[in-house]
Write a protein that binds this ligand. Sequence first.
Ligand SMILES: [Zn+2]
Length: 306
Amino acid sequence: MQSFVVMQGQTYQEEKELGVIWSLQQDSSGKERHSRLRMIEVNEGDRIFHYVKGNIVALSVAKTGCQIASNPSTMQNQERWNDDGYLVELEYHELEVPVNIRSKFDAILPLLPIKYSPFQADANGNQGYLYPCNEELSIKLLELIGDLNIYQVDEEQLELAIGTVLRTERDTFVPMIAETEAELKTKIRLGRKKFRAGLLPLWDYKCVLCGIGLPALLRASYSKPWKDSTDFERVDPSNGIVLCCNHDALYKNGFIAFDGQGRLHISSQIPEEDYGTYSIHPKMKIARTEENKPYFKWHKRNLFIE
Ligand SMILES: [Zn+2]
């Protein structure tokens, strides 16, 4: 199962009534073409978050894969609806309470991929039509949907209860959300487990920087994070190093990086006089393989804070 975010705007209402999403195969400017071509990647059972004017307003399940079809709209005078396009049939579940992206953006921003993100860094939606939605972002959106639409928390007692919501949809909506969340979490858990199992022996079960070997403190640290990686890269042991939890936090947040030679680079945010406290120094070099190189370079280019 994959997830996507579709940017619908004015077309939402009619597409919902028709139970579809539809896009032209090409737009006149040729911009954001990837976002239309992505329609081809949709398979039966995939989940789609519907974004309209700043809010996630619905979650749907694909009933078909992508079909080539002309515009199903009955509305007139819409030039952009004329040519052949891509169509996916969906079962829409409209939310009683939409999720406002801007108001939840602190939680969403760290989960956005660097490439093909549905939202910009200022919380506005991007211009294209269909965007991939990685598992971590999907889980966050499902949590936000659940908090507003399914669960009620008694803040005095901190008790959680299923809310009295969702009119006629209740029978299918709640299990669909739960099933989606469970499937996504399982995929992440199994992927991370496989990654860790492949990575630890390569680095001798020790932090490559300080040598700590206590398993509870060791992290299988990604160079290219889950959200930015392909399924292959997510389990590729070359896409990471073994670090203790402190060094993992430094690496993950871009305070340290490695170049193609395996040399350590330290952010100027860390004062030189503190290097000893952090157990790092700029002359450190780790025994990288050829396969580590592209991942180290990606990390340094995209995450390192100079
Ligand atoms: Zn360490």
